[in-house]
Design a protein around this ligand. Sequence first.
Ligand code: SGN
Ligand code: CA
Length: 522
Amino acid sequence: MKLGTAYRGLCGIVLLLALGGVARGQDSERPNIVFLFSDDHAIKSISAYGGPLAKIAPTPNIDRLAQEGAVFLNSFCANSICGPSRATILTGKHSHKNGFQRNTGKGLDQSQWTVAKALQASGYSTAVIGKWHLKTTPVGFDHWEVFPGQGNYYNPVFLQPDGSRQRFEGYATDLTTDKTLAWLDQRDTSKPFFLMCQHKAPHRTFAPALRHLGAFDEVTIPEPDSLFDNYANRSATLAKNEMELDRHFDWAYDAKVRKDERGDVKLPKPDRYGTPEYNRMTPAQKKAWDAHFAPRNKAFLADFAAGKLTHRDIVRWKYRRYMRNYLGTVKAVDESVGRVLQYLDDHGLTENTIVIYSSDQGFYLGEHGWYDKRWMFEESFRMPFLCRWPGVVQPGSRPVELIQNIDYAPTFLEMAGSRAPAEVQGRSLVPVMKQEAVDWRKSLYYAYYEFGEHAVPQHFGVRTQRHKLIRFPKSDEWNLFDLELDPNEMKSVHDDLGYREVLAAMTAEYTRLRVKFDAPPE
Ligand code: SGN
Ligand code: CA
């Protein structure tokens, strides 16, 4: 433990005792679990993971978890899309087993076992605040206050347990944090707690808090090598995607028409803004937004109208605007993490509270020319996972084991002194956290089902520490990647004779995992 933490913790206890209360950190022997979660947060935009953005867009508060706990370097999802990832976290099962395979489906079947229900039954106080996105209202939580569907960035509505909808003025990330801390203030202190604080950010349309507009104006944003990927040497389905910064980020250079349906680029339509988030703002908020974007838009549109910009210049401009806004939304998430950690310090809770930071999947920050997620390629397959557990997790450790969101539910249960039922498909991470010598898994199974927005086809796959095999059933294709020699996944070596043995082993592993997890036929 850091001296600063000890000091802050001590101050919190002294303060509470001085106020005539009992130090709340002593609720119970069982640890509290705080699950800090965001939506679409790529590891590349968390400085604890390193990489080219770490210097220009640091996340000091998430990094505090890395210094005082562990950063899991090989953390992945089972299905890179929002609702399915959340359903997997709650159930500890792959999508085909918990029934939530697509965002477009019926919603989470709440009659099944979930970790929230299990923790609640074992005596934990349970709460979820922020983005939920599982369609059916939360079950297994003593308290919940969640966005309807995707939620909004500005002045969002929160669904209330009594079925009403209430709109709150402010920024979603700040409001989610305020509500999280307010719940902590009035919780039942005779019980340990399991608290899920789940942000909308940095999800599309990447709208930052007004105080963060311009925060990345002065920095040079590095471009990924594959910003102009031509999709050669891999499945033919890649070229059919609809998630390019070029063609699908609000408007396409070739179409010569700005549609601005979503608000990705934050350019006004000729007559009005017309974007959903802008329309929600108060006049004062609109004024601050306009003060930032109007001069920048004017300069860009003048160059555009004068024909000064090539096709590539425009893609690059879109990429920079995307990144400035995305990183802006991350800044508020990082501040939120800081506020929660500070609260734990101030209330003497740090020592007995496990804190995890994660996000439902990764995201493309220009790699392959993309935004969005869904593909089994590294950027969207990876999930951030950091865990601080004082006295158990080695501060500053960086485990390399292959972990997946099927593991979270059994992990939370073991942390709380219980065991997951046999039907759960994940494994508790506690032995890995304790750095025990365990026989850990050597491969992960992946399945993506939704074919709709962004035109990503159904695909399945297996990943080991070095290789990845992806099956595209509709087009009857296989891709194989050597992640050591080709970390950006630019060339499938599936047909390369030099990989014959690797291919045979990966195909066998794929089949073994599909049997093990009882996967349905393609
Ligand atoms: C919205 C977004 C998509 C995004 C899906 C799923 N469009 O539909 O770009 O892929 O959510 O995201 S938007 O213009 O409405 O923002 S998920 O994280 O919820 O799975
Ligand atoms: Ca998501």
